[in-house]
Write a protein that binds this ligand. Structure first.
Ligand code: ADP
Ligand code: MG
Length: 394
């Protein structure tokens, strides 16, 4: 679950990670009031969307309007707010369609001496979180990783222990940080690592991490992704969820207990179990197709969930065919078969449907499908299924 920059910074503040003063606003009037409250000097108006690249991004049909605007007066704040709120911002991370800006963050202006990069993710291979920092802040980190990977410095840390003092010293040396700034880093870096663990983040990125003119360290940006599987431990975080930022079909799926991720391809996949879903996507690709989604209906899928799954898949205009790949372990093949028959009546299949069933009550399930008038292409195994759906959608 992603959150907005202003929400992330409020959590940072509570966790001892330094940020500047700032106030969220939903109207130009509120933005001006926020500006006055911040002291009426230099302020930065920042579009709040769940995507980065706002500084370089532009408003649709207004190519001169960037998503981050430095303002020196109330009039400039009002103009920037009016030009952003309710408009669509297109950045390198939003795709061409962009995202509607529903609120802005009015933040105190920062005296930037250096822009660094800081990111934390879970390194699955090392089975630990890893802190990554770079001298190349404010730049697309993907570009740095590709062109000058030697400028990214990493330290793994134990979630129970946190980032240790010697690790901070090591990183400061590599970043060329000394004196008061190094002292600031000795507080900042362990605090952000603790934040990452305490809130069960899957990703936390501060780009830029700034060293100010008076050698303090502040988080000038905040991009946070929480591990959804751990949200049950953080009920208060759920209030921060902004459904308008999420893919509508994914929201719908999560309401029915389905794990669904929309992708770019044209073959819809209806599968039970995350591992089987991933191998189904792999085998579709292996045979030259492109999956339109990841969809795990869960081990104990019922008819209502399967029907909803079909609805979601078929409402995607890119979906030119559906591959049903079910291993009946907990769910019986007969349950799935009757759900498919039911869905064909209530949803109506408009594209080719390839079905591969295996497992508990498979013979009865296959018989039910054969005797029904649902127009399906049956497959004997996963390879056969992949070949057939790729052929049917070519
Ligand atoms: P994004 O990553 O979406 O482009 P950032 O929050 O990183 O958005 O802002 C983009 C750039 O704007 C930063 O690299 C920084 O140079 C500048 N900036 C952001 N916030 C402030 C601020 N409070 N004061 C001064 N400059 C800022
Ligand atoms: Mg940024």
């Amino acid at each position: 679950m992603k959150i907005h920059e202003y929400q992330g910074k409020a959590l940072f503040r509570q966790s001892g990670v330094p940020v500047l003063e700032g106030i969220m606003a939903k109207t130009p009037d509120d933005a001006v009031a926020a500006y006055e409250k911040l002291g009426g000097k230099i302020a930065v108006v920042k579009a709040q969307i769940h995507a980065g690249g706002r500084g370089k991004g532009t408003i649709k049909d207004n190519a001169d309007q960037r998503g981050v605007v430095v303002c020196k007066s109330a009039d400039e704040v009002r103009a920037a707010a009016a030009a952003l709120i309710g408009k669509t911002l297109v950045t390198i991370q939003t795709g061409e369609e962009g995202k509607v800006v529903n609120q802005i963050f009015v933040e105190a202006g920062c005296d930037i001496a250096r822009e660094l990069y800081l990111g934390i993710v879970v390194d699955r291979a090392a089975m630990k979180p890893v802190l990554m920092v770079s001298t190349e802040g404010g730049v697309e980190i993907e570009t740095v990783a590709e062109e000058t990977p030697e400028l990214i410095f990493k330290e793994h840390f134990d979630p129970a222990v946190g980032l240790e003092a010697f690790q901070v010293r090591k990183l400061c040396k590599k970043l060329g940080i000394t004196g008061a700034a190094a002292k600031a880093a000795s507080k900042f870096m362990p605090a952000i690592c603790r934040f990452f663990v305490d809130f069960d983040c899957s990703m936390c990125e501060i780009n830029p991490l700034v060293i100010t003119g008076d050698e303090q360290m502040v988080a000038l940006d905040a991009k946070i992704d929480f591990d959804s599987n751990a949200l049950f431990r953080h009920k208060d975080l759920l209030e921060l969820r902004d459904l308008s930022e999420e893919e509508p079909s994914e929201v719908r799926a999560s309401e029915s207990g389905l794990s669904y991720v929309k992708l770019e391809g044209n073959i819809g996949c209806l599968v039970n179990g995350a591992g089987l879903a991933m191998s189904t996507m792999d085998i579709i690709k292996y045979h030259g197709g492109q999956p339109a989604n990841f969809l795990d209906v869960g081990g104990g899928a019922n008819a209502q969930q399967v029907t909803e799954a079909f609805r979601i898949l078929l409402s995607d205009p890119n979906c030119k065919g559906v591959l049903v790949n079910i291993f009946g372990g907990i769910a019986r093949c007969t349950t799935i078969a009757s759900a498919i028959i039911e869905a064909s009546k209530t949803v109506g299949f408009t594209v080719p449907l390839v079905v591969r069933l295996e497992g508990t009550e498979v013979e009865e399930g296959r018989k039910m499908l054969a005797e029904s008038d649902v127009d399906i292409i049956t497959a004997t195994d996963i390879t056969d299924a992949a070949e057939k759906i790729v052929a049917a959608t070519k």
